[in-house]
Design a protein around this ligand. Structure first.
Ligand code: GTP
Ligand code: SPV
Ligand code: MN
Length: 601
């Protein structure tokens, strides 16, 4: 009676049904009809509002519970048998203890609801790093988002067959429908959120939240936390990175992957509309990148997702015209504002919102109210859209081999110190730059905004094992002389001047920085050695047609001596907090950083 004979799935489903007591079970097939039926159901329940078909055909908006608007890192756990395998940066609980605690929460948690079985595959058919998972969830909102975000449904069940293995992902919003309790538009249990990972048994148990990375378990939970754990022993990398193809005016092709912490510019860089004539940028991915060694010794990267779950606020025709076009139809918006005309809206979007706007909390205000316009959309409001709707999607984005990387870019949000761009002196220096990446915090996770924190490789919230072992794993790639490794760069689009304004125009102008990187990769130009690596010489960044002066550019290319020296202390302190296992090469790189900082004038 079920559309599968997969033994593991059938056994596990039985256990979950016994524990959670759903009213019914539904196997997702991934069809368009299924998407339409479920979105209709979500409209009936008040989770979705259908947007005006004239404005944005086949699109919906959801307002979440105000307590459930982002990932909750405090409530995210890596449950390995030994605490040291989770490391100093992850929350840890013994797996047995965690399962006992969670079993209490999951007991009866799906009463009155449908349990959806969502089989998904991360990675294109034929990819050597493809990972299967099945999410059992009581959230129809999750299912429709998964339709866009992952390859899912009947085909995946067929690929799994009777004996195929997969990650078991159990998810409940934690809002059972008992007789005396009506449903709400965004069911959740914010006081009891647990996003728990069991990497050794390839499982995720997520309770209490319906939002983003907490609930779409294929994404951060499987494709980053579980996958990074697996990648360590299988000698590949699962990274929080964008993936882009750059074609130069002379037709040279370079692929770049880029790790930036959440809400620090991956989507925008990946989809960039380059300002320089003759340059072309095509997107392969905007959030997750799996990197493995190809037969020719180069590193090949694959995006395991099929959609984009991007930050809405700040997106507009100037900053990201490509995605604006992509989200003009068949898009799910979460926590943006809603206009008088029944369209999604956020501050900065050029569209006329009409005379009133409903904000993400559901209260209506006159659109002339400039203060309220700023908070019409939550800072972590998002769009969900299929990758294939992007006009500059690279045609080979689903190539199972992946694409060979010329460069890896690290970037954080730093209002001072870190130069606009630098080129790592070596792989180990690049790993040092990745390991010390820091950023001012954003709204992508619950907590304060704008506080500087170390976010190594943009993986602080997503590394499924001990961070120092992760550093060692990265360093290991330089051990074999058979590998042709990409060059590593560090960027900072967010340096501010004394008046607190961004100095670099960013977005489509970032092509000017990529152009410099390609010159460096090709070995055609020199550079100035600094603690952060090689930075551009005088006129090597093309600023023709920009408002920025050479003096201003130089002000964001240099590193201040005092600040660099205090950075040394902060990094030392950070490494100490990671425990005794920080690789020696990185400690050596820190000494070199200090020497170079001391020599700055
Ligand atoms: P996640 O989806 O959370 O992983 O975020 P992301 O890294 O993909 O970040 P995204 O590209 O969505 O950008 C987040 C915010 O940074 C948005 O508000 C952007 O407008 C802003 N931003 C992105 N690129 C630039 C840039 O080059 N310059 C400036 N000043 N802001 C940028
Ligand atoms: C991030 O926070 O890095 C995101 C959004 O990409 S979420 O999927 O919610 O994790
Ligand atoms: Mn992300």
């Amino acid at each position: 009676m079920y559309p599968t004979n997969n033994k593991k799935l059938l056994d596990w489903l039985l256990q979950v049904v016994d524990l959670c007591e759903p009213r019914s079970i539904y196997f997702c097939n991934g069809s368009e009809d299924e998407f339409n039926d479920l979105s209709e159901l979500l409209v009936e329940r008040g989770t979705f509002t259908r947007l005006s078909n004239k404005k944005r055909p086949n699109s919906f908006i959801a307002f979440s519970d105000p307590m459930d608007t982002a990932r909750i890192e405090d409530k995210t756990y890596i449950c390995t048998r030994s605490k040291s395998d989770a490391g100093a940066t992850n929350n840890w609980v013994d797996p047995n203890e965690m399962k006992i605690a969670l079993s209490h929460l999951f007991r009866h948690s799906m009463r009155g609801r449908t349990l959806y079985v969502v089989p998904f595959a991360m990675g294109p058919v034929g990819s050597p790093v493809l990972q299967y998972g099945i999410q059992l969830t009581d959230s129809a909102y999750v299912v429709v988002n998964m339709h866009y975000m992952a390859r899912m449904g009947t085909q995946v069940l067929e690929e799994l067959g009777e004996f195929g293995d997969f990650a078991c992902c159990l998810h409940s919003v934690g809002y059972p429908l008992n007789d005396d309790r009506p449903d709400v538009s965004w069911p959740c249990q914010p006081d009891n959120i647990y996003i728990s990972h069991f990497p050794e048994s390839n499982e995720v148990w997520s309770f209490g939240s319906g939002y983003g990375g907490n609930a779409l378990l294929a994404k951060k939970c499987v494709a980053l936390r579980l996958a990074s754990f697996k990648a360590k022993s299988e000698h590949w990398l699962a990274e929080h990175m964008l993936l882009m193809k750059v074609t130069t005016p002379t037709g040279d092709i370079h692929y770049f992957a880029g790790a930036f912490p959440s809400a620090c510019g991956k989507t925008n860089l990946a989809m960039m509309s380059p300002s320089l004539a003759g340059w072309k940028v095509e997107t392969l991915g905007d959030d997750i990148c799996w990197i493995s060694i190809g037969q020719d010794g180069r590193l090949y990267a694959t995006n395991p997702e099929t959609g984009f779950f991007g930050v809405a606020q700040g997106t507009n025709r100037t900053t990201n015209p490509n995605v604006i076009k992509a989200i003009s139809h068949d898009t799910i918006f979460t926590n943006t504002g809603l206009t008088e005309f029944g369209d999604a809206w956020w501050e900065g979007l050029e569209d006329d919102p009409g005379s009133f706007i409903t904000d993400w909390r559901g209260s209506r205000f006159a659109s002339s109210d400039q203060d309220k316009r700023k908070t019409a959309a939550h800072l972590n409001s998002r769009f969900t859209v299929r990758a294939t709707q992007l006009r500059n999607l690279s045609s080979n984005w689903q190539d199972p081999k992946g694409v060979p990387l010329s460069g890896i870019i690290f970037g954080g949000r730093r209002s001072s110190l870190v130069p606009l761009v630098s080129h790592a002196r070596s792989w180990s220096h690049g790993v040092f730059l990745g390991s010390t990446l820091a950023s001012e915090t954003t709204a992508a996770a619950m907590g304060s905004i704008g506080m500087l924190r170390r976010d190594p490789f943009a993986m602080l919230p997503f590394c499924g094992y001990n961070m120092v072992d992760y550093f060692a794993h990265w360093l290991d790639f330089a051990e074999s002389d058979k590998l042709v490794l990409p060059e590593i760069f560090l960027v900072n689009w967010f340096r501010k001047n004394e008046s607190g304004e961004y100095v670099w125009p960013g977005y489509g102008e970032n092509i000017r920085i990529i152009a410099w990187m390609i010159e460096r990769i090709s070995g055609r130009i020199g550079a100035v050695d600094t603690p952060f690596g090689f930075v551009p010489e005088g006129n090597d960044i093309n600023i023709d047609g920009l408002a920025i002066t050479n003096k201003e550019l130089n002000s964001i290319l240099c590193a201040d001596r005092e600040q660099s020296l205090s950075e040394v202390q902060e990094i030392r302190h950070f490494y100490e907090k990671l425990g005794s296992g920080v690789p020696k090469q990185l400690l050596r790189e820190l000494e070199i950083f200090e020497e170079k900082a001391t020599n700055l004038s």
